[in-house]
Design a binder for this molecule. Structure first.
Ligand code: PNS
Length: 160
C-alpha cells in the first residue's frame, strides 16, 4: 500500500492545490493532505482549523484523501503516519530550485522517503495562495482560482 503526504500551507487551498490532490489521489492508495502549523508564520490569513475545514470540505468527495496538520519536521510526521512518499506540485521553473532543495534535504534526513513532483495543469501555472489573496483584497474576481465552496469565506476575510 502506498501512503503519501501532500504537505503545505494551504492558506487558503486553491484550485491549483485541488488539481494536484485529485491527480495524486489516483496514483496512491492513501493521500494525507497536511497543513503545516508554522510557529514562525504569524501572517496567515486563515487559522489552522479553518484551513483544515476548507480542505475537508473540498476533498469530501475523494475517498482516499485524509486531512491533518503537523508541527516540526515533515520527515518526522511522515514517519509517524507511515508515509513513503511526499507529493509536491511544480509550477514554473522558479519553483524547481526550492522544491529540489526541499526534496534533497528531506531525503538526506530520511532516505526511504521519496518525493514525487506533479507538474501543475497549465491553467494554474501562475496561481498561488498569495496572488489569490492579493486579488481578493483589491476586489478582483477569484472565481476561477478557488474552489466554489470556500470562495465566500475568502471574500469575507477582506470585507468584514
Ligand atoms: O505550501 P508551502 O508553504 O510551499 O509548503 C512548505 C512545506 C510545509 C512543505 C515545508 O515548509 C515543510 O515541509 N516544512 C516543515 C519543516 C521541514 O520539514 N523542513 C525541512 C525540509 S525543507
Amino acid at each position: 500500500m502506498i501512503k503519501a503526504i501532500y504537505p503545505g500551507s494551504f492558506d487558503p487551498v486553491t484550485n491549483g492545490h485541488l488539481d494536484i490532490i485529485k491527480r495524486a489521489a489516483k496514483l496512491v492508495d492513501k493521500l494525507v493532505v497536511s497543513v503545516l502549523e508554522n510557529p514562525h508564520k504569524s501572517s496567515s490569513l486563515f487559522t489552522i482549523e479553518e484551513r483544515i475545514n476548507q480542505l475537508k470540505l473540498v476533498t469530501a468527495g475523494i475517498k482516499n484523501v485524509e486531512v491533518s496538520s503537523f508541527k516540526g519536521l515533515l520527515v518526522d510526521y511522515a514517519k509517524q503516519i507511515d508515509a513513503q512518499v511526499v507529493i509536491r506540485g511544480l509550477r514554473a521553473v522558479t519553483d524547481f530550485e526550492s522544491e529540489f532543495q526541499m526534496a534533497l534535504t528531506n531525503r538526506s534526513l530520511m532516505p526511504d522517503l521519496e518525493t514525487f513532483f506533479i507538474p501543475t495543469s497549465v491553467e494554474y501555472l501562475y496561481l498561488s495562495s498569495s496572488t489569490l489573496k492579493e486579488i481578493a483584497m483589491f476586489g478582483g474576481n477569484i472565481c476561477s482560482m478557488i474552489p466554489c465552496e470556500i470562495k465566500q469565506e475568502v471574500l469575507d476575510k477582506f470585507t468584514k
